[in-house]
Design a protein around this ligand. Sequence first.
Ligand code: UDP
Length: 347
Amino acid sequence: MQTPHSQPNILVTGGAGYIGSHAAIRLLDDGHAVTVIDNLSRGNRGAIAQLARVGGARFCFVECALDDTAKLCEVMRASATEIVMHFAALAYVGESMERPLEYFTNNVVGGISLLNAMCASDVRKIVFSSTCATYGEPASENIPIQESLLQLPINPYGRSKLQFEEILRAECARANDANPLAAIALRYFNVAGADRALRVGEDHRPESHLIPLALEVAANTRESVMIFGTDYPTHDGTCVRDYVHVEDLVDAHIKAISALQGGEFHAWNVGTGRGHSVREVIESCRRITGHRIPERIGTRRAGDPAQLFADARAITRDLHWHAQHTELDSIVSSAWNWMQANPCGYQ
Ligand code: UDP
């Protein structure tokens, strides 16, 4: 692949997925050469087509599974990868409760295969998609959550992400290494919204996330949205989460690139520092779409903590990152714009 720019070549794992495709498009916009690997088990070919359109000769896609270390080595060598952004993962809390082995296999064993390939190909920089689910169910006095909080995940998804953080931390601290690993874990809170130019967006099948589900009701492709529990110890009884716009999240990755230091592992929260309840999210969807969005009350979903929102001061202090979309309505309206422009998603 040609590298006409001075920007480092980046390998994006899971680049056909929601967050990975937004990261890849931003990297292409910024002039990087980008190689995406994805096994397409959850990702969208439509996202790859968009990336190819935007990136031209600076973009390459290889269908490859994380556990294929030899193929990963080949791809890294062929693309002269300098930095890996690792998004490929299974990422549903509820599903992880039902299929823990798949989560550990994909998210931990797959990650180890990726690291082995990096090591063999002399690629020593990685930005890893971690999650606030690694914190588990923090006591109310520990909310907003700081990075120093003891991580005690309560579901296999959170545990698998924490285990890979620990592997990265140990690799960075490897003794007597002339070319040590540099790793940054970004602990995402709840990501929503879409590319402002609507080139890529959120299209999960099946969809399980609150904002797209509520918007599907407004788009008349779903009858109602279910609230998973109204008996949580929160101001209105529903779960509170910190919703961050996907473009802001991607911007944190861009800022992380310049903070990668050999032999160092760092982790930062990426959130807005504000929590919104399920009811508030549905209200925002009603405001933005003008649709009444009928709701049904259901029971709690296994593995869901009552409230999670970030103390995001560390990433602001250290990486000069600020969320641009600080209002929930702005995030919801971005997701709605994508859905209206793409009523069938990528299909
Ligand atoms: N939620 C809900 N109904 C749904 C989907 C989600 O009430 O149909 C709730 C869920 O229990 C959680 C919040 O909305 O408290 C955000 O869930 P989502 O699946 O969007 O993200 P997660 O927090 O699991 O990453």
